[in-house]
Design a protein around this ligand. Structure first.
Ligand code: ADE
Length: 232
């Protein structure tokens, strides 16, 4: 997979992408990341990428012509590929594990990081979708772009050590994951549930299913409602 990130702040990504699963995906040749600096597509010699909003108001708005040039350039970077251009914005569709799985099948993901007060409304027509990572406002789309990249990278084939490691995770099948334990067997008054020490694989599976359901019911009943709707 190739991910291109259009941003004014490429330097923000170095720490996150030079560690963790993203690093491993790159080293294994499963992921290529290219940064495209929006500033390189500025409309004047001063490198202006934004301007004051028509109608007045505070803040600056990213210009549609600058975004258009950056997107056209970025789309041409990877030939013969399925592409999806995504604008990171708090106004987008809320990001989910389901969406991460969908995006992990695309050859070339293009992530446009919004900044300042926002982007010119006309830029929305230039992307395929808009994604928000949650109902809160960040300074820009860079941290959301890191979130998206990390969540997609770990789903790429042969990136995680165990290929089935992501199958039982939280949010797969609209469920939270069952509780985990490791040594020590007893910590203060808290013991590991006996069933996990029983060696009875069937019983352990059943216990985990029950706990996952119980936990989802208690903490995220909305996920179960969603699961029911998906089945209907
Ligand atoms: N940019 C600023 N806040 C954001 C959010 N919550 N999700 C995606 N992009 C953003």
């Amino acid at each position: 997979m190739h991910i291109s990130i259009i941003t004014l702040f490429p330097e923000m990504f170095s720490g996150v992408f030079s560690a963790s699963i993203v690093k491993r995906a790159i080293e294994k040749g499963k992921l290529d990341i290219t940064f495209v600096n929006l500033r390189d597509f500025a409309s004047d010699a001063y490198g202006s990428v934004d301007d004051h909003p028509y109608g007045g108001g505070t803040g600056m708005v990213l210009r549609v012509d600058v975004i258009d040039r950056a997107l056209q350039h970025t789309r041409s970077l990877v030939k013969n590929s399925t592409q999806r251009a995504i604008l990171m914005t708090p106004q987008g569709e809320t990001y989910t594990q389901h969406k991460a799985r969908q995006l992990s099948t695309v050859d070339h993901l293009i992530i446009l990081c919004g900044h300042y007060e926002g982007v010119d409304e006309r830029a929305r027509a230039l992307v395929d979708e808009e994604i928000s990572i949650g109902d809160y406002v960040l300074t820009g789309g860079e941290i959301p772009a890191m979130v998206l990249t990390d969540s997609v990278a770990r789903l790429l084939p042969d990136v995680l050590a165990k290929p089935d490691a992501t199958i039982n995770e939280s949010f797969e099948n609209n469920m939270l994951e069952y509780p985990h334990y490791t040594r020590p067997e007893r910590y203060g008054k808290a013991s590991v549930p006996a069933v996990l020490l029983s060696g009875n694989h069937k019983k352990i599976m059943k216990w985990r299913e029950e706990k996952a359901l119980e936990r989802t019911q208690k903490r995220r009943p909305d996920l179960l409602l969603k699961a029911r709707k998906d089945l209907a």
